[in-house]
Design a protein around this ligand. Structure first.
Ligand SMILES: NC(=O)c1ccc[n+]([C@@H]2O[C@H](COP(=O)([O-])OP(=O)(O)OC[C@H]3O[C@@H](n4cnc5c(N)ncnc54)[C@H](OP(=O)(O)O)[C@@H]3O)[C@@H](O)[C@H]2O)c1
Length: 277
C-alpha cells in the first residue's frame, strides 16, 4: 500500500464512491473513465499495483469528468481504447479520483487499502472487483505457483476486497458489488486449469454474496465477458475488430448501476458479436 494521491480538487460529498480494482489499464480503466464521464462529482478509488499507471488513469478521469464524452485520443490510446474524439470538448472538473497502490491478493495490503480508502472517502457505494490476470497451461504442465497465482489474483482478491468494504454497505443498507468472471467462468477451456477454476469460483462466490447481502440492500452482479480489447491480449495476434471494445463492457456496468434499486441484474454475459475466440 502507498499513500493515496489527490488527483482533483472538487468533489460532491454526496456523490457515490466507486472503488475499481484493476483500474490501471484495460477494462478497469475504461470503467473508471465511463463513470467519470457519466456521473458528475463521482469519487473514484482506483486500485492496482502499478501506481504510475493508476495516476495516468486518474488524470484521464479528471480530463473526461462529467462531460458525457469519451476522453481525448491520447488517453484513449494509452488505455487500449478504440474510440476517437477531437479533444476540443469542454471539460468539467467535478470528478475526484485517487490512486491506491495495492496487491488485492494480499490480505495485509487489502487491510491497509481499506483504511486508506475509508480515511479519504468514507464508505464505498460501488465496489467493482475487476482485477485479474491470466496464465494458461495444460493441467500437467501448470506449476503449483501459477495455479495459486491464478486463484489469488482472480478469486482470493474478490473475497478479500469485498470482506474489507462490505461492512459499510451493510451499515447503510445500500451498495453495489460487481464481480468480474469471464466466459471462461461458464465454459471450460483446455489450458484453463487455474484461470477457469478461479473464474468459476467467482461465479459461486457471487451467488453466496447475493444470498447473504440482498436483505441488506446490497446488489451483487457477476459479469461474464468474452474477448475484450485490452493489454492482456497484446501480442496475441487477434485483430481488435474481432473483440469487444472496453467501452462497451464498461457501459454495461454503468447502465446496470443506474437501474432502480428495486432491480438487480444478477448476471450479465457479453460476447464478441462473432462469438467466442
Ligand atoms: N480482456 C478480456 O478479454 C477479458 C475477458 C473476460 C474477463 N476478463 C477479466 O476482466 C478483468 C480485466 O481484464 P483486462 O483484460 O482489462 O486485464 P489487464 O489489461 O491485464 O488488466 C488487469 C488489471 O488488474 C490489475 N491486477 C492484476 N493483478 C492484480 C493484483 N494482484 N492486485 C491488484 N491489481 C491487480 C492490473 O494492474 P497491476 O498490474 O498494476 O496490478 C490491471 O489493472 C480481469 O479480471 C479479466 O480476467 C477479461
Amino acid at each position: 500500500m502507498t499513500t493515496p494521491r489527490r488527483a482533483t480538487k472538487s468533489a460532491g460529498k454526496n456523490q457515490p464512491v466507486v472503488l475499481i480494482t484493476g483500474a490501471s489499464q484495460g477494462i478497469g480503466a475504461a470503467i473508471a473513465l465511463t463513470f467519470a464521464q457519466e456521473i458528475p462529482g463521482v469519487r473514484l478509488a482506483l486500485v492496482a499495483r502499478n501506481r504510475a499507471k493508476l495516476q495516468a488513469v486518474a488524470k484521464a478521469c479528471l480530463a473526461a469528468g462529467g462531460t458525457g464524452l469519451p476522453p481525448r485520443e491520447s488517453h484513449s490510446a494509452s488505455l487500449g481504447s478504440s474510440r476517437r474524439t477531437t479533444g476540443r470538448e469542454t471539460r468539467a472538473t467535478t470528478v475526484e479520483a485517487h490512486a491506491f497502490a495495492c496487491d488485492v491478493s494480499n490480505e495485509r495490503s487489502v487491510t491497509a487499502l481499506a483504511k486508506a480508502v475509508t480515511a479519504r472517502f468514507g464508505a464505498v457505494d460501488v465496489l467493482i472487483n475487476n482485477a485479474g490476470s491470466f496464465a494458461g497451461a495444460p493441467l500437467t504442465g501448470m506449476s503449483v505457483a501459477t495455479f495459486d497465482q491464478m486463484i489469488a489474483a482472480n478469486l482470493r482478491s474478490v473475497f478479500l476486497v469485498t470482506r474489507a468494504f462490505v461492512g459499510g454497505m451493510k451499515a447503510r443498507r445500500r451498495g453495489d458489488i460487481f464481480n468480474m468472471s469471464s466466459i471462461a467462468g461458464r465454459i471450460a477451456y483446455p489450458g484453463g486449469a487455474g484461470y477457469s477454476a478461479a473464474k468459476f469460483g467467482v461465479s459461486g462466490l457471487s451467488q453466496v454474496m447475493r444470498a447473504e447481502l440482498r436483505e441488506h440492500g446490497v446488489r451483487v452482479c457477476c459479469v461474464y465477458p468474452g474477448a475484450t480489447v485490452s493489454p492482456s491480449w497484446a501480442g496475441s495476434g487477434v485483430p481488435e475488430e474481432r473483440m469487444m471494445p472496453t467501452e462497451d463492457v464498461a457501459r454495461a456496468f454503468l447502465d446496470i448501476y443506474r437501474l432502480s434499486r428495486r432491480t438487480v441484474v444478477e448476471e450479465i454475459v457479453l460476447r464478441p458479436q462473432l462469438g467466442d475466440l
